[in-house]
Design a protein around this ligand. Sequence first.
Ligand SMILES: Cn1cc(CCO)c2c3c(c(-c4ccccc4Cl)cc21)C(=O)NC3=O
Length: 290
Amino acid sequence: AFMLSRYESEFLELECIGVGEFGAVYKCVKRLDGCLYAIKRSRRPLAGSANEQLALKEVYAHAVLGHHPHVVRYYSAWAEDDHMIIQNEYCDGGSLADAILQKEGHGELFSEPKLKDLLLQVSMGLKYIHGSGLVHLDIKPSNIFVCQRTDTSGACEGESEEDDDGRTSTGVVYKIGDLGHVTSTNNPQVEEGDSRFLASEVLHEDYSNLPKADIFALGLTVLLAAGAPPLPQNGDEWHNLREGKLPELPQELSPPFRALLQLLLYPDLTKRPSAKELCKHVMLREEKTG
Ligand SMILES: Cn1cc(CCO)c2c3c(c(-c4ccccc4Cl)cc21)C(=O)NC3=O
């Protein structure tokens, strides 16, 4: 198009960092402030289509959610050249899915203290989302992004944000991203997320307590970080995982931590802890070692 798009005039595109049926995500520098951003460009959905609803729900969710250390920050969104564009915080450490693959590639595993740190940080993000009357509905390793503890000098988003209990954590920071399935807890329009992480009550259209579906998906996410084999999309294995049985793990977890993970995956959603309860859980508050 003859007219320079806002995307081209405001940003320098550095590299493509993700492609999907949704479109593509680019690592960009904003020319004005010199900061890095993750920008998703997707085909503009047909006006009035379900996809348009999804695209709008993502932007509404970001607008409502404001800032939290464990939720990827939203900066702007606009439409141009028949594309929808959303400009988010760039997390420089890849996704948790990348981190799990890298660990397994080196024959390493997430230690129990690191699994507890992951569980606590994502629980803080979920507590904030659920406290805002929303549910994520697509919690999984590829939607959790990692910010290394690099001291970004200059004007860019400081990495020294405080956890919501005022501590600055050391090590990596995990942030919940991809709000494309977010909906309100009370009058939900449920767009099911990845079936591998789907709680069985949601499959059966029981939306009575959707925050507990996020907790279930978080349980499976931590299990994958603990080294569980890839999750089934359906079939008997899918159902076994929803009868409270943990899959074989390549490491011995302490009985209390195993019990906590089993609670997250409990078939009876009322038995699963809420994000708020997880944030206060003594086991996750121990001094972090290793
Ligand atoms: C594939 N991919 C890789 C990354 C970088 C990880 O080091 C990434 C990011 C995002 C997103 C993203 C997800 C969903 C919607 C919008 C965006 Cl920008 C996708 C990302 C996002 O919002 N922030 C990111 O860092």
